[in-house]
Write a protein that binds this ligand. Structure first.
Ligand code: PLP
Length: 341
């Protein structure tokens, strides 16, 4: 097999059709075995639960080539578990964790020609998702579902170099106190679109959401968790029941403690503490860490000392260490790297 003729370094973050996707169907109370198919289109009833009542959730992870030429994924079992949690909250049938990981392996192996080479900075992004597929007009959970995983090659995140982001404190909310902020549901994104477009229209890269109940504590952005570095080098991340538990952020906290010997803290972080931090970064699968240069709180600018031109020194160390582990340049904790094939 030969790698596809793709200019890996020039790829953006967009959909590119690959050869195979995995599909499994839930019907009569059970999942079928699932299979790889080539058709990228889905035909469902006009009244499908996903179309009427947004009964859907998703995951995101990457396959890539390590320094020694292996194709691997990073902690796919955590994506499987998080999807199970999302499904339970949305009254969808759980796709078993082991089957999820197997399906990831199948999709990556079948699309191995689309896994970018080591050093390109590009990766094969995997999108597992599930949706209610049969007709439901009365408000209730669907009885039939599809679980799917497609793959799409994506380019290096920091293509034109690292550019620290400018965030604004948002007036709109992402998650209600007892709502669905902690699960990866499409509905959380549908209602964030207005606000992200508005942020961009006003010159901001992202919205920094605060807790809806008191507007006192920092939560996360629309699609990434947040870490802060204190002036004495401690790594702090907001603690809240309405934050989506990012696998990248959880891994970074372990890396900070066990690899870099830094003090780590997960605790409520107040908006009025922002100006006490030295560095700030957004964590997620796509970028690993994206540095934040400043936050604007209703006209008041909070500029982090790390500046607007590069990653802060601690953020950089965290970034280099976690990407080093992912790429096989540094030894990984047990179970973090799943080799395909
Ligand atoms: C997916 C997601 C993240 C990042 O999670 P990772 O597992 O690190 O990719 C953060 N916040 C939200 C709201 C998300 O949907």
């Amino acid at each position: 097999m030969a790698k596809k003729d793709i200019n890996w370094g020039e790829l953006g973050f967009g959909y590119v059709k690959t050869d195979y996707r995995f599909v499994a169907n839930f019907k009569d109370g059970k999942w079928d075995d699932g299979q790889l198919i080539t058709d990228e289109n889905i035909v469902i009833n006009e009244c499908a639960g996903v179309l009427q009542y947004a009964q859907t959730c998703f995951e995101g992870l990457k396959a890539y080539t390590t320094e020694d030429g292996k194709i691997v994924c990073f902690r796919p079992d955590l994506n499987a578990q998080r999807m199970a949690d999302s499904c339970e909250r949305l009254k969808m049938p759980v796709f078993p964790v082991e089957k999820f990981v197997e399906a990831v392996e199948k999709v990556v192996a079948a699309n191995a020609d689309f896994v970018p080479p080591y050093g390109s900075g590009a990766t094969l992004y995997l999108r597992p998702y599930m949706f209610g597929s049969n007709a439901v007009i009365g408000v209730k959970p669907a009885t039939e579902y599809q679980f799917r995983i497609f793959a799409t090659p994506v380019g290096p995140y920091f293509k034109g170099g690292v550019k620290p982001l400018t965030l604004r404190i948002s007036d709109l909310d992402r998650a209600a106190p007892m709502g669905t902020g902690h699960i990866k549901a499409g509905l959380n994104y549908a209602m964030s679109l207005y606000n992200i477009v508005d942020a961009h229209d006003n010159g901001f890269d992202e919205n920094m959401y605060v807790d809806s109940a008191t507007r006192t504590y920092i939560e996360e952005t629309g699609g990434a968790n947040i870490i802060f570095i204190t002036k004495d080098g401690k790594v702090v991340t907001p603690k809240s029941n309405t934050i989506l538990p990012s696998i990248t952020r959880r891994s970074l906290m372990i890396v900070a403690k066990d690899y870099l010997g830094l003090e780590v803290e997960e605790r409520p972080v107040r908006v009025d503490e922002l100006d006490s931090f030295a560095e700030c970064g957004l964590c997620g699968t796509a970028a690993v860490i994206s540095p934040v240069g400043k936050v604007v709180d209703h006209g008041k600018e909070i500029a982090f000392p790390a500046g607007m031109t590069e990653m802060g020194p601690v953020t950089k160390k965290l970034y280099d260490t976690l990407t080093g582990i992912q790429m096989g340049r540094l030894p990984a904790p047990e179970g973090w790297i799943k080799t395909i094939g």
